[in-house]
Design a protein. Sequence first.
Length: 157
Amino acid sequence: MMRNWRFACPVTRKTVLWRPPQPGTYQLTLSGHGPGETRTQVITTLAVVNRKGQTDTPPLSAPTPTASTPALVVKLNPPADHSTYVELSWSGPPDVDYVVVVAQAGKRADTKLVYKHTKYRVAVVPGIQYCFAVQATDGINQIETDPRPIRDAQCER
């Protein structure tokens, strides 16, 4: 019997679907990119070889933090507002992936995967309030900075 697996991505909080389209081959797809979008994008395809005694659906497990796994520390610097764009910078470990969270007043937050970069320039509407945060993961641990406002925005997590 083939199963579909759904779980939330720890960084982007988007729904991830893992399903075997045919025995021995598995696909990981990411969906839920925005309101009204129904498309699903293929992220990667993995070939899996079944061994004698195994079922065609292997258990899904993620690495778990241990006492020896250091906690992530990420610090978002105050945003530099340049009217039509904002420059963001942060400090954190060089070997983790980062996501920038941009929240415009009265709208849903948007996310941008910036991989291992620690600087990002985001276009903004002049005079509109925004909040920014950075999420990071090393595949085991995850963290989100406290939000940083511009233009007297009131930020919530």
